[in-house]
Design a protein around this ligand. Structure first.
Ligand SMILES: Nc1ncnc2c1ncn2[C@@H]1O[C@H](COP(=O)(O)OP(=O)(O)OP(=O)(O)O)[C@@H](O)[C@H]1O
Ligand SMILES: [Mg+2]
Length: 351
């Protein structure tokens, strides 16, 4: 197929940031936080994905999801877009390329703009999960102006930016043990991340991340990945934080915290699978996704969040969890990407 990979590289996001700050009066030319570009992909990931798709016989080129991308897609008119573009600003940033594709009537992999935006708005997504009866930790969404609702929560809590991924804004010290501590962390982070914060009760049971692909009745759960927090430094909170993801875990010295398939009995596995499939269908997710799950004190799987644009770092030692689950199911990197393309092709009824 004639295929275009649309992506947000770290370099591309840095350029976008520079262009925006130069065009706005009084804007700071330093990024507001050290993890500001955390969601961007390295060119190594982008090139590996394009090479892998080429190895499956596709004719592939890649477009940065910048302001020229609509024109480029319009003149190139691929058979399908493989979209991994995360964007930089706002809660609709992941919807940017899918919106353009919808406008140009070009098929694309993955969820539609509405699902991408809802899943990126953690609180809105949790409200929907609750509506569909799917367990998730209790929470308060706040801009810091009225913190009294936080008094109703059970402590400790975790204070997270409402609309980020890649553990952006989730550090070891994002956990607050008291109301006063939570308020302090909210004050510190609302400006830094330029958005509301979601304050969630911390649940500390076993954690899993679950890859799913397919549509309708064919949606299928891949081998479950467990994240073992006991391998984190002793004084760290048992969370898969920014430090755990990007600082303590390096390609040279990978952190040995993943087990795939997770060592769990059939009963728990089936319960987790039922929970994530229900969420996948309720949120109308398309083609592929990765869902984070954690057990509460009663052993019930709760959904922490839904990633309809999961990371796809190519090397096993990168510990990217969707590719890890696919590899365990017998799909090497290129076959995994091709399977996602074929899933979208089938959904659109393309030849
Ligand atoms: N309510 C919670 N209770 C327990 N642990 C939590 C909770 N919320 C987040 N965590 C921990 O923090 C980690 C990161 O949180 P979350 O998945 O919400 O962030 P993210 O940046 O969207 O992640 P991703 O990299 O998957 O996009 C989780 O994997 C989990 O270990
Ligand atoms: Mg997560």
């Amino acid at each position: 197929m004639n295929l275009v990979v649309t992506y947000s590289s770290k370099k591309g996001l840095e350029k976008e940031f520079r262009d925006v700050t130069q065009s706005l009066p009084d804007s700071d030319d330093e990024p507001p936080s050290t993890d500001f570009f955390a969601e961007g992909d390295s060119m190594e990931t982008v090139n590996s994905a394009m090479d892998a798709l080429r190895s499956c016989g596709h004719d592939v080129c890649g477009f940065e999801a910048d302001i020229q991308v609509q024109k480029k897609l319009q003149s190139h008119r691929p058979d399908i877009v493989f979209n991994i573009a995360e964007g930089l600003y706002g809660v609709f940033r992941e919807s940017y390329v899918p919106m353009i594709c919808e406008k140009l009537r070009i098929p694309y992999t993955g969820s539609d703009p509405m699902t991408l935006a809802i899943c990126l708005h953690k609180a809105r997504c949790k409200e929907m999960l609750t509506y569909f009866g799917i367990p998730n930790p209790r929470f308060v969404l706040t801009d810091g102006s009225d913190t009294t609702p936080l008094k109703k929560l059970k402590y400790p809590v975790i204070v997270k930016p409402n609309s980020e991924g890649s553990s952006k804004g989730i550090f070891n010290d994002s956990v607050a043990e008291t109301y006063a501590d939570a308020v302090k962390k909210i004050r510190r982070n609302t400006d830094k991340y330029g958005q509301q914060l979601i304050v969630e009760e911390l649940i500390t049971g076993r954690e899993f991340t679950v890859a799913i692909w397919g549509n309708g009745k064919e949606a299928q759960v891949l081998p479950i990945v467990e994240i073992n927090h006991s391998e984190l430094p002793e004084d760290a909170w048992p969370i898969y934080s920014y430090e755990a993801k990007w600082i303590w875990d390096t390609a040279e010295k990978p952190l040995d915290i993943f087990k795939c398939p997770a060592n769990i009995g059939a009963k728990l596995r089936i319960k987790i699978e039922e929970t994530v499939l229900k969420a996948y269908r309720s949120l109308e997710i398309k083609d592929w996704c990765r869902i984070d799950v954690r057990l509460d004190s009663k052993g019930v799987p709760n959904i922490l969040e839904i990633n309809p644009l999961p990371g796809i770092l190519p090397k096993p030692e990168d510990n990217s969890c969707f590719p890890k689950a696919a590899r365990t199911a017998g799909y090497p990197y290129n076959k995994m990407l091709d399977k996602i393309v074929q899933t979208a092709v089938r959904r659109y009824g393309l030849k």
